[in-house]
Each structure stands twice: as structure tokens, then as C-alpha cells.
Ligand binder design. Structure first.
Ligand SMILES: [Zn+2]
Length: 284
């Protein structure tokens, strides 16, 4: 899809599975299981929908999926599928890792930043996109480095310390325009430093929501995740964003939704939010 000078694609960094109860917090299983059927281990299918943006002389990737560094045991625990799929999907678009000059990380949890680094021949983690600047909220790096035991399992230093060591991390403080029409916007709650990515071009707006609203089912503001650190802030940020987007042609990207990665939002006659899918995917 074209948005002004920007060409926009959603591409998968591979699927995985997380506990359905953790994904839907206090929503009863009898409700969410009809929408996202749980498997024998009570896990539900999740995607890692990354965004590829090309325009104004730049090639930009937003989030990087789980990556390919993990052990077979770690991958089995979360049923990772698609080793190498991000590279393969980029190649289908004619993009090599060294062509990417900007990576925006919404936060450093492993299912978003895992693909930021890869193992070299010596088995050491090195930047996956060696010519890219990696943009991140300073608040998220601080949170990652000082994570409490509640969050520590999600923050794996091998996903970002090699970026810092190579001098590739660009830390930002709050909202900022990064390139023409492309900006970041803090949306705290899931983590204190979570940022959404906003693209404006050709009279249209797109918001990459990351874990603020991870799937189209989480469009109901009270459907917060067990993983969200500050539930009330998360709820407020969601309502603010949904108030802006509802009834407009703003495209929302649902990073973890395997079926509806993108859509617009409106309210039905009862005031409930409804998503209308928009197809932006590169088919695997
Ligand atoms: Zn996530």
C-alpha cells in the first residue's frame, strides 16, 4: 500500500504461542476461547507482524520478531515456527538485511526485539541489520536493564547489548518525528517505555500499536493482558488512541494477530469497537 512517498508492507517474523490466560487477563476463558482457540497446553497462536516501510530514500523495519538465536528448548516452550522467516520475507520484497537503515523497536521484550541481533559464526550475538540505527525509548532500555523478577524473563540482554556495543542504538525521550511523516509516540502501560509508531502520508494515517493492543480482539479497552505492568495506564492510553481512530480511515496494526494484522476501527450501535480488516501482508 502507498501512503504518500511511503510504501507500506506487513511481514511476519514467525509465529509462536503464549498462554491464553496470560494474553486475556481477567477475561474468562469461555469468552476468549471462542475467538482464539487454545491448544492442549492452553496456548494460543500469535504472529509477530513487523512493518516494512520504504520511502524518502530510506528502508525502515518496525520491530523484528522473535529472531533465530534461541535454543530448541526455548523455541519448543513457546512453539516458535519460522526460523529465518523474517529474512525470507524481506528477500521476497527484494530487501537484504544490510539495506535496512532504520529499525524502530517498540520495546525490548524478546518477541519484538529478538530479531534485532543474530549469532555470528563464533556463536556471538551481533546486530542483524548492521547498517541500521535502532530507535528506542530511553525509558524502555532503562526498564530492560533494571527489570523486576516479574518482567525479567521477557528482557534478554543479548537482544540489545550488541546494538549498544556497536553504537547503533538511538535513544529517544518521548514523542519524536524520526523521518518525514514517521514518528514515535509513547504509549506506556504494557511497559513504562512502550512506544507506538505513527506514519502519515498521502492524507492517511497508520498506527503500529505493538503491545498496546496486541490483537484485534484486544480492541475492547478492558481486555488487558496479564503481562501489562500498569493496567490502568494501559487502559487510558488505549481509550485515547481509539477515540482518535474510531470512525476514521486510520489503519491500526495488530502486531500479534495471526488473522487480522491490520484494520480500521469503528463503533457499532451499542458503542462496542469493531475492526474492519485491511490487507497489507506479504504472503509467506
Ligand atoms: Zn509482545
Amino acid at each position: 500500500m502507498k501512503m504518500g512517498d511511503w510504501e507500506v508492507r506487513v511481514l511476519s517474523g514467525g509465529t509462536f504461542r503464549l498462554d491464553g490466560g496470560s494474553m486475556f487477563g481477567t477475561v474468562p476463558k469461555v469468552v476468549w476461547d471462542k475467538l482464539c482457540p487454545a491448544d492442549a497446553e492452553n496456548q494460543i497462536l500469535m504472529d509477530t507482524n513487523c512493518l516494512l516501510l520504504r520511502g524518502h530514500g530510506h528502508t525502515v523495519l518496525v520491530d523484528t520478531g522473535n529472531g533465530d538465536k534461541e535454543t530448541d528448548a526455548f523455541m519448543a516452550r513457546f512453539k516458535f515456527e519460522g526460523r529465518g522467516i523474517l529474512d525470507a520475507n524481506l528477500a521476497k520484497e527484494g530487501v537484504r538485511p544490510e539495506d535496512i537503515d532504520l529499525v524502530i523497536l517498540t520495546h525490548l521484550h524478546f518477541d519484538h526485539a529478538g530479531g534485532s541481533t543474530r549469532l555470528n559464526e563464533a556463536g556471538e550475538p551481533v546486530p542483524s541489520f548492521p547498517k541500521a540505527r535502532y530507535v528506542l525509548q530511553a525509558r524502555d532500555l532503562e526498564n530492560a536493564r533494571t527489570a523486576s523478577i516479574r518482567e525479567r524473563a521477557s528482557y534478554l540482554p543479548k537482544n540489545w547489548e550488541p546494538l549498544q556495543a556497536a553504537g547503533l542504538l538511538d535513544l529517544v525521550h518521548g514523542a519524536k518525528e524520526i523521518l518525514p511523516g514517521l514518528s514515535v509516540r509513547p504509549v506506556p502501560g504494557h511497559t513504562p517505555g512502550l512506544q507506538a509508531v505513527v506514519l502519515e502520508g498521502g492524507g492517511r494515517k497508520l498506527v503500529y500499536l505493538a503491545d498496546l493492543i496486541p490483537t484485534s480482539h484486544h480492541i475492547q479497552p478492558a481486555w488487558v493482558m496479564g503481562y501489562d505492568i500498569d493496567v490502568v495506564t494501559c487502559l487510558e492510553e488505549r481509550m485515547k488512541l481509539l477515540d482518535e481512530a474510531a470512525g476514521t480511515d486510520t489503519i491500526l496494526i495488530f502486531e500479534h494477530d495471526p488473522t487480522v494484522p491490520a484494520g480500521t476501527v469503528s463503533r457499532d450501535p451499542k458503542g462496542k469497537y469493531v475492526v474492519t480488516p485491511v490487507e497489507l501482508r506479504v504472503k509467506a
